[in-house]
Design a protein around this ligand. Structure first.
Ligand SMILES: O=C(O)c1ccc(O)c(O)c1
Ligand SMILES: [Mg+2]
Length: 630
């Protein structure tokens, strides 16, 4: 299936847009008229540029306010169309999009519009051009693809067809089953966009908030299943009006767009096995069975500090790498690796970001197939020199230049600890703190990157996204969204910072874009864990007294219980399903920290209500001690 994207979807001048679109692997491009008009090269030069980049122009658009006009405006509209047909000839494109009129002069009337399109089709045919009619969701008389189809049907001209745009259909909640009644060869092009659910007028929603399929909340997959059923095999063309994308990196946004189409068509092909859909076959989305390890890159001095903190958290050093300067710490099912080697990505990562959790290991069924799927979805495969006693662990690049490694139980990868590490006793170990497994990994990024990584995770792994929540930092808002699977064996919290003054923003600035800002470990008894951690002298984050007073008032908890929480600096939340407890270490360096959580019952959240108080406490603990005034 051919992929295409409208130039309006990304930032830059026309050349930058086209280069990014070609680099992302698209077959074609819709030339949005304004992008051409604002560019200072002739139509023929643009045509050459498009061809030299290996692209084809799938559509020229939009042509507005054409149908249903009274004279003399009607004749003028046809003259205008002829001028644009001239331009299309020079650009070397054969299809033009006519969107349903919004003109107050338009008279309406299905047959009047059909007659106009019949004549336009005649004129287009003389030049071997084709005309596609699209119902804008806010069109004056036509705002539903079913009515647009009726006009195209009555126009009854081979050079006139319908253009479907997922946004216009889905934003109005029109039943997509109605698409199945349209012959595939009458659909001249299919435009795709998703959007977050929002309560606003259709035009503003469409012009500012569209996003890539899979990034929003509209059922674009159902729309595409209906399109596939018609037998349509023409280009799938992204048309995404989005303020953030218009100011983003053209290459990144174009790459996200290509990924979204590969992912969409992979889903459609799986859901419609009875329809022959010409798309490559990929391994299915990957089930993640847990975070097998988290690896830190550090220098020797900071590795000692980190090791000391891990021991206070109840970890023991359990192994040493056979050939590298790498140590393994473990507790329950949790593995933490500290890498101080002077070679490879760990070292490069240390040099760039300082001490940081640059790699995550995920347990999957088939590590090789996971990388194959990720590669097909445009992920960057990672490999580096493999030494003696080492396994080539399949891996891809992730957020902030970090790495995601994949382990499975069916190959030697399942025995990585035995193969690569020697068991080592730990003389300095402190008491076990009952930490069982990794509850979640929190990644921090610039707000503009959130959609990119949400699509990345959802397209590769079996995972869903939660609604976006606002976390209030005293210095600004941080947006937070969760990527998780039904079993809870994959839980990533994605935090998007808009200001560098927030704790999250400061973390990105101070670590030059590192991503993992905290790791949350699960305990089955947080009060017991808190006791052990206190004995181990873990420096815990001090929560304000005011928080506990409010908790008592808000949730009607009894005084003894509140006192137990307060004494251990434990934060508390509950939802319909159960209860949640949180306890934090102070920060390691400029922003990284550990969290200990206990989930009781079916609590599904992450304590977002508590985040402002946690963040305020962290800011207090990072502030240099106040100088007493004289
Ligand atoms: O917002 C618009 O005007 C507009 C124009 C052309 C399209 O294809 C579309 O979907 C919207
Ligand atoms: Mg459109």
């Amino acid at each position: 299936m051919k992929t295409s994207i409208a130039t309006v979807s990304i930032s830059g001048d026309l050349r930058e847009k086209l280069e990014a679109i070609a680099a992302a692997g698209f077959d074609g491009v819709e030339i949005f008229e304004n992008d051409f008009l604002a560019y200072d090269r002739s139509p023929r030069e643009v045509a050459d540029m498009v061809r030299d980049l290996g692209l084809e122009i799938t559509l020229f658009q939009p042509f507005r306010d054409f149908e249903g006009l009274p004279e003399p405006q009607r004749a003028l509209a046809f003259d205008r169309a002829e001028r644009k047909f001239d331009l299309m000839g020079e650009l070397g494109t054969s299809l033009v999009l006519v969107c349903s009129t919004v003109s107050p002069l338009a008279l309406g009337g299905i047959d009047r519009a059909a007659a106009d399109f019949r004549e336009l089709g005649e004129r287009a045919a003389r030049r071997s051009l084709r005309v596609g009619y699209e119902a804008l969701a806010w069109g004056r008389h036509i705002n539903d693809h079913r009515d647009a189809w009726e006009i195209v049907r009555r126009a009854d001209h081979p050079n006139v067809g319908i253009i479907l745009d997922s946004f216009h259909t889905l934003s109005r909640g029109i039943d997509v089953a109605s698409i199945r009644a349209i012959p595939g060869d009458r659909i001249f092009i299919v435009q795709l966009a998703d959007a977050p659910k929002m309560d606003m007028d259709l035009l503003s929603w469409s012009r500012h908030y569209r996003n890539m399929p899979g990034e929003g909340d509209l059922p674009v997959t159902d729309f595409m299943r209906a399109v596939a059923a018609t037998g349509y095999v023409g280009p799938l063309s992204l048309e995404v009006f989005n303020d953030q994308f218009r100011s983003g990196s053209p290459r990144t946004i174009a790459a996200d767009g290509h990924r979204s189409l590969v992912y969409l068509m992979d889903q459609v092909a799986r859901l419609e096995p009875g329809i022959a859909i010409p798309v490559p076959v990929l391994p299915p989305r990957v089930d993640v069975h847990g975070i097998a390890f988290v690896e830190f890159a550090a220098d020797e001095a900071e590795a000692l500090q980190l090791a000391a903190l891990l021991r206070q958290l109840g970890f023991k050093r359990t192994g040493r790498h056979r050939s590298k300067s790498v140590e393994r710490f473990a507790q329950g099912d949790i593995n933490i690796v500290i890498n101080t080697d002077r070679e490879g990505l760990a070292h490069a990562s240390y040099l760039t970001h300082g001490t940081s959790a640059y790699a995550i290991g995920m347990l999957v069924d088939n590590a090789a197939a996971t990388v194959e799927r990720a590669r097909a979805l445009g992920a960057q495969v990672f490999s580096q020199r493999v030494g003696p006693d080492e396994l080539a662990i399949p891996a891809i690049r992730g957020v902030g230049g970090g790495v995601i490694y994949f382990l499975d139980e069916t190959s030697a990868l399942g025995r990585v600890w035995d193969i690569e590490f020697d068991a080592a006793a730990d003389d300095e170990a402190l008491a076990d703190a009952g930490l069982r497994r990794i509850d979640h990994v929190a990644q921090t990024m610039n707000y503009e990157e959130m959609l990119t990584w949400i699509l990345f995770y959802r397209s590769i792994f079996v995972a869903d996204k939660s609604p976006m929540v606002d976390v209030v930092d005293p210095s600004g808002l941080v947006r937070s969204q969760v990527i998780s699977n039904p079993d809870g064996t994959l839980r990533l919290t994605i935090n998007g910072a808009e200001s560098h003054r927030t704790l999250a923003g400061r973390f990105i600035a101070e670590t030059f874009g590192s991503s993992v800002q905290h790791l949350a470990f699960a305990s089955d008894d947080i009060f017991k864990s808190a006791k052990a951690l206190a004995r181990n002298k873990l420096p815990s984050l001090q929560i304000s007294q005011n928080y506990y007073e409010d908790l008592a008032a808000r949730l009607g908890l009894d005084a003894d219980f509140i006192e137990r929480l307060r004494a251990a600096n434990i934060l508390y939340d509950r939802d319909e399903g159960g209860e949640f407890f949180q306890l934090y270490s102070t920060n390691l360096g400029e922003g990284f920290f550990f969290e200990i959580v206990e989930r009781r019952g079916l609590y599904a959240g992450y304590g977002a209500v508590n985040a402002p108080f946690r963040i305020a406490a962290q800011k207090r603990s990072l502030r240099p001690a106040a100088i007493p005034s004289l």
